[in-house]
Design a protein around this ligand. Structure first.
Ligand code: PLP
Length: 387
């Protein structure tokens, strides 16, 4: 037996594990301190009642012989695929067949697994900074990665690759910078992919946070994108499903990859939980939409509180308007971990160091609007007094 050698090339620790270690070390010496956690990208608002009721009903169906169900279809129930097409895509003038919409357990696994469709020899372009899972999945597969720097100088908007690339991961609204692309900016990437015969994997996990007009919610709003883009969605951040687990990935026939992905899923994935699919369906009901909108508005208001508070103190901040994340430049020329340590030790505030998302995230930290509002307000007061 020989192990996959590429695992040795992965960073030793996962970012959030590093943070946990520092936080635990601090708490070991200060057991009575109450930490104000503004780091994690996990939701905190409870699910709307209609979604929980849908899960109860689905669970009850499984208790009766006449409504019991076994394995679900590998790529999801057609009633959910059609609901996604009718509710999300059709109003934007985009059409798909149900077989192009693959229901899954969330964006994380599909984003990693999609890499299996492509040859190891492909060159992969990944934004820097970005969600670390794309990098790790491609290191595990032994591919060459080209990082596309997103820096303060270009307002964290990526420029097209200087050398040809085959696979491009884009994430907008971006985690961690909170930056979005306009239609014109996204069109450049679609045109690039068409010209170079590349494929774009578009991570739309934070699409529901887009608030400003003129910002695309889907890459398929760009003409010609169906031939060159796979789009990955999640109910995690839009509807609070981080524990429920449900998402969907669109692989258009025009990419030439739909049959391959179907084949892969039929072999390696035995379908998403029936209860989770019924919960996802309930997000599209009027009560579901209202409950989700209320939660999203709560997070948006928290983002505004954080942004305004930081700006008022003179911090340089990005994102926050169309995303739940605020990317904040460290003061005094500090690096990310120095700012992290000051926030932890002087203010008992936990953030996420920008360097954990890539080299170009150095000198920044990410604050999350999924945090409790009262913690954010208290954190801002402490920062004003102590940093
Ligand atoms: N994509 C991005 C950009 C994320 O930030 C996350 C989670 O934080 C995911 C995907 C994974 O989401 P899911 O819960 O659907 O696996």
């Amino acid at each position: 037996m020989q192990i996959n050698p590429y695992y040795a090339e992965l960073p030793a620790n996962y970012l959030f594990r590093d943070i946990e270690l520092r936080v635990n070390a601090y708490l070991a010496h200060h057991p009575d301190e109450r930490l104000l956690r503004m780091g994690v990208g996990d939701v905190t608002r409870p699910l709307p009642r209609v979604i929980v009721d849908a899960m109860h009903t689905a669970a009850e169906e499984l208790a009766h012989a006449d409504t019991f169900r076994g394995y679900c279809p590998e790529n999801g129930y057609q009633w959910l695929q059609q609901r996604i097409i009718d509710s999300f895509y059709r109003p934007r003038g985009i059409c798909f067949e149900p077989d192009e919409v693959f229901i899954g357990e969330g964006a994380g696994s599909d984003l990693g697994n999609l890499s299996e469709l492509f040859d190891q020899k492909n060159t992969v372009a990944i934004l820097d900074p970005t969600y670390p899972a794309y990098v790790d999945a491609n290191i595990m597969a032994g591919r060459e990665i080209v990082f596309i720097p997103c820096m303060k100088e270009n307002a964290f908007v990526p420029e097209l690759p200087k050398k040809p690339v085959d696979i491009i991961y884009l994430c907008f609204p971006n985690n961690p910078t909170g930056v979005v692309l306009t239609h014109d900016q996204l069109r450049l990437w679609v045109e690039y992919a068409r010209e170079h015969k590349s494929i774009i994997i578009f991570d739309a996990a934070y699409e529901a946070f887009v608030s400003e007009p003129g910002i695309p919610h889907s890459i398929y709003e760009i003409e010609g994108a169906k031939e060159v883009a796979i789009e990955v969605h999640s109910f995690s951040k839009s509807a609070g499903f981080t524990a429920v687990r449900c998402g969907y990935t669109v692989v258009p026939y025009e990419t030439g990859l739909q049959a391959m992905w179907m084949r892969r899923q039929c072999t390696k994935y035995n379908g998403t939980a029936y209860i989770a699919q019924r919960a996802a369906e309930a997000t599209f009901t009027p009560e579901g939409q209202k409950g989700i909108a209320d939660n999203l508005n709560y997070y948006r208001e928290t983002a505004t509180v954080i942004m305004d508070g930081l700006k008022h103190m003179g911090y340089e901040v990005y994102g926050g308007t169309n995303a739940p994340y605020i990317f904040c430049r460290a003061p005094h020329g500090w690096d990310s971990w120095t700012f992290f340590d000051h926030l932890l030790q002087q203010c008992q505030v936990v953030c996420t160091p920008g360097i954990g998302f890539g080299r170009c995230g150095e000198g920044f930290v990410r604050f999350s609007a999924f945090s409790k509002r009262e913690d954010c307000i208290a954190a801002l007061v402490r920062m004003k007094e102590k940093i």
